[in-house]
Design a protein around this ligand. Structure first.
Ligand code: SDX
Length: 431
């Protein structure tokens, strides 16, 4: 390994300086290691939103925002979308390599035989109103897993970490379907071990006691592909949340529950639900221009949901794949959704508009995904739950990677204090 290049930083006001090593990874920009900066200069760095800050080293996912590149363990998302399955991608994210057939068979067997919830866990749902948002129920139900698996779980034990990963990936669809069934007043369904991962989930979502469910292979294939595309995405807000919570030594189920709550925000995974609501509000292609005008108006908090990205300053490669899927899946399902035309018109209008072009605002993963979820019969409030099922694979892979990284420390950012200077307490009659 060649000697690390050095960046010299001089504080001319105090003439103190710091020689900071440049660190490079396999791909992507080099990073200035500022670990000794405060000791050398007495200064912190300031980067709200972490737009220029790498929080960790990771070998799981690589994004090139300018080129619109997304790799899971080095494999381009386009190839995985075309050739892999969600469960195989989950194995890849966790283990770093694509599984050999026997390895995959063992992994799939382990997942299949950990899909059930503890019967007592079903009681948690009874405390919710039926109109509770499924993301609220999901976060609570996943957090409650930490009450069922804590005394025999040692986060420093690799086998315990692996079992937590198996349990989370296996149980998320069961819990997600239970949230939906509770919200519509239907009895929960047990996972069927004779079905593959996504078909099993759709069965738990839509099977009713009174008649057998006609499973549509197109739906399962489409959802499997959406799960692949949503499985991981580097240090996004929810993954960074899982890492920060995990850095304290917290239970993996509690760490993933924190990721679920971070994902729920409309600026993040909650955008897919917000996109559908926005497309419904716009209603017809004729209203697209006024929506674009509103999105540009700084006096209006209205934003085009599903547009823009902190990292992608080019097309989100996942959005490209999902947009092509929209046409194919809706045609195969025989669904004609006028909202697809509204979405296409909105994209066309925005991509021609200087405001969006100058800011490099393109459709992201959330812009088209809801149209497919809707065609699959998944209600709008469940869209972010779909995102959470898929992202659980990435979240737990990052949680494990952090535990496996020697020297990992508790995350503890600093701040610029802008509050009151030191002052003395005054009795009430003197204030
Ligand atoms: C996801 O990080 C990840 O990887 C996330 C994700 C993943 O897989 O984990 O990819 C999933 O969360 C995708 C993003 C989903 N969110 C949305 O679609 C919500 C709408 N998008 C925006 O809120 C916004 O684009 C963000 C939150 C995605 C990114 O915000 P940034 O990077 O902080 O950008 P910004 O707010 O600083 O915007 C820069 C400029 C601003 O204008 P100016 O101040 O320069 O004049 O672009 C404007 C913003 O006002 N802008 C938008 C806009 N997004 C940004 N204007 C109108 N509509 C938008 N959607």
């Amino acid at each position: 390994m060649s000697d690390p290049k050095i960046v010299k930083l001089v504080d001319e006001s105090s003439n103190r300086s710091s020689e900071l090593p440049l660190i490079s990874g396999t791909l992507g920009p080099a990073c200035i290691d500022i670990g000794t900066l405060y000791k050398d200069t007495g200064h912190f760095t300031y980067d709200p939103g972490y737009g220029s800050t790498a929080s960790t080293k990771s070998a799981i996912t690589y994004i090139d925002g300018d080129q619109g590149v997304l790799l899971y363990r080095g494999y381009p998302i386009e190839q995985l979308a075309e050739k892999s399955s969600f469960l195989e991608v989950a194995y890849l994210l966790l283990n770093g390599e694509l599984p050999k057939p026997a390895e995959f068979a063992t992994f799939e067997h382990d997942i299949t035989h950990h899909t059930m919830m503890h019967e007592a866990q079903k009681n948690f749902f009874q405390g919710f109103h039926h109109d509770a948002h499924p993301m609220a129920m999901l976060a609570a139900a996943v957090a409650s897993l930490s009450a069922f698996y804590h005394d025999d779980l040692d986060v420093e034990n690799p086998a315990d970490r692996k079992m937590a990963a198996i349990r989370l990936i296996a149980k998320m669809p069961t819990i997600a379907a239970a949230c939906y069934r509770y919200s519509i007043g239907w009895p929960m369904r047990y996972p069927r071990n004779n079905l593959e991962y996504v078909t099993r989930f759709l069965h738990m979502m839509f099977e009713v006691p009174s008649e057998p469910l006609q499973m549509n292979p197109v739906a399962a294939k489409a959802l499997d592909l959406l799960f692949i595309l949503h499985a991981d995405h580097e240090q996004n807000a929810s993954t960074s949340t899982v890492r920060l919570v995990g850095s304290t030594g917290a239970n993996p189920y509690a760490s993933i529950a924190a990721g679920i709550t971070a994902l729920w925000g409309p600026a993040h995974g909650g955008a897919n639900e917000a996109v559908l609501k926005q497309l419904k509000e716009i209603g017809t292609p004729d209203n697209v221009e006024s929506a674009v005008l509103r999105a540009k108006d700084k006096n209006d908090s209205f934003r085009l949901m599903g547009f823009g990205h902190r990292v992608y300053k080019n097309f989100d490669p996942r959005a490209k794949i999902i947009r092509e899927m929209c046409h194919k899946v809706l045609a195969e399902l025989g669904v004609n959704d006028p909202l697809l035309e509204v979405a296409m018109k909105l994209e066309e209008a925005a991509l021609k508009d200087d405001y969006f072009v100058e800011r490099k605002l393109y459709p992201n993963v959330d812009f088209y995904s809801g149209i497919i979820y809707k065609a699959l019969g998944i209600p709008t409030e469940m869209f972010t739950v779909m995102f959470a099922i898929a992202r659980t694979a990435g979240w737990i892979a990052h949680w494990i990677e952090q535990h496996e990284t020697p020297g990992s420390r508790i995350g503890r950012p600093r701040q610029i204090y802008t509050g009151a200077d030191v002052r003395n307490y005054m009795p009430g009659d003197k204030r």
